[in-house]
Design a protein around this ligand. Structure first.
Ligand SMILES: [Zn+2]
Length: 313
């Protein structure tokens, strides 16, 4: 059997019951096979509730404990369906769409699930980009265009790093920054790009210290040939990102949560050439079982602070 379903029918056949879902999670979580967390023994029997009962010490272990699916009161089948929704659609899923398709009782639940899944889209300790990287910043949100270095009310500044590939763009990294100062930009670039790479930017003063940080630093300047589109790769990513935020999410992204949306966009973009949507699903499940659980309270508290509107967020 392949490692992941290729179609929605395969998904539903393969994960038709809770046991099937749990076994899949177990396979991804315990790559070397199950070991009792208390005594390291490998022998167990499955209880009726799907817990692994250690034959040696009697400890019962749940495959979802310590993962994103911990403490879920809804069937795992529904989670699998949600992950399929998120990964099988080119532009992902909105909370409203997911609530409808899955028949979730409340918009809030759908919204929480999406946020949990976004957290699973960032691989812990992910590597930095290498090679030739275009870097630029853009403003997201707010009614008026922002001014570089100063910002604008209601706007968030996002740094885009886009790797040059033989055909267009390779992988990307996105990061929210407080401002366009050298300090902020250099921190974002150091986190996203491997030293020794060539970082192409425009001549904004915030980028002038890049050579000192160990980067090659070609500066793109306007010429008759390129016109104003000095950084075409970064610009392309910027317009796709804006279109996605406006389209799938109708622009209703709270700035408090922008980081998660950036993570989802990056996850999707960096896997856009993958021939199979099923592979995306597989990666998401894989990362979800590696992730510590996110208490709903934590997300809700942040939501309260941001004054998120449950009908539009
Ligand atoms: Zn044990």
């Amino acid at each position: 059997m392949s490692e992941y379903p290729q179609t929605v029918l395969e998904l539903r056949e393969r994960f038709a019951d809770e046991q099937g879902c749990r076994e899949y999670l177990a396979k991804l979580r315990w790559l070397e096979g199950f070991r009792c967390p208390a005594c390291q023994a490998q022998d167990y029997w499955l209880t009726e509730r799907g817990l692994r009962h250690c034959r040696s010490c009697g400890r019962q272990t749940s495959v979802t404990a310590g993962t994103l699916f911990a403490d879920t009161h809804l069937p795992l089948r529904l989670w699998f369906e949600a992950m399929w929704q998120v990964t099988s659609q080119k532009y992902g899923a909105s909370a409203l769409g997911m609530q409808r398709v899955l028949g979730l009782g409340s918009y809030r639940t759908a919204w929480n699930w999406l946020h949990k899944l976004r957290r699973a889209m960032v691989r812990p300790g992910r590597d930095r980009l290498q090679g030739v990287i275009e870097v630029d910043e853009i403003f997201i949100g707010g009614p008026r265009p922002g001014k570089r270095g100063r910002g604008a009310a209601g706007k968030v500044l996002v740094v885009i790093a886009a790797q040059e590939a033989v055909k267009g763009i390779g992988r990307i990294r996105l990061a929210r920054v407080p401002d366009a100062s050298a300090q902020s930009l250099e921190a974002a670039i150091s986190a996203a790009v491997e030293p020794g790479s060539r970082v192409r930017t425009d001549d904004w003063r915030g980028y002038q210290g890049l050579s000192k940080l160990g980067y090659g630093h070609p500066i793109a300047r306007p010429t008759a040939e390129v016109g104003d589109n000095l950084l075409p790769l970064a610009n392309r990513v910027a317009s796709l990102l804006k279109r996605w935020l406006l389209g799938t999410h109708q622009g209703a992204v709270q700035s408090t949560y922008l980081d998660y949306y950036l993570d989802e966009f990056t996850f999707r973009f960096n896997r856009r050439t993958s021939g199979s949507r099923g592979l995306l699903f597989y990666r998401l499940v894989q990362q979800a079982v590696e992730l510590a659980p996110v208490p709903a309270k934590e997300i809700m508290t942040a939501a309260g602070a941001a004054g998120v509107n449950a009908t539009t967020g």
